[in-house]
Design a protein around this ligand. Sequence first.
Ligand SMILES: [Zn+2]
Length: 125
Amino acid sequence: MKAGGDKRKKPRMTDYSAARDVLTTDRDKLVRQMADLGANESGELRSDLDFGEGFADAAAITAERTEVIGRVETLKIHLDDIDLALAQMDNDTYGVCSQCGSQISPERMEARPISRLCMTCKSSL
Ligand SMILES: [Zn+2]
């Protein structure tokens, strides 16, 4: 006689599909924002980018270019964080503190899917 109790035994696979969705969506958004600024996924600005339009002098063009580079760099840092988190999901190190190796609380990972430090290590920084 079979009890049919197998259903209760849910394989405890690490399931980050929700976090992966969030990160993938964020990633697409970042790549689009970078493209809007004239940069590719590596954060490199298109060389043919024209900053001249509407600017009277070279100083203003340089200032504008510097600002764009700064914004691209910020986006690129975020993109790298996301790529790292996605890579960690693939090799099963996602949600593990990079400092002490302990499991980061699911609540923290949910609040900030790119967390790489547990609360203890984070607060001792
Ligand atoms: Zn830690």
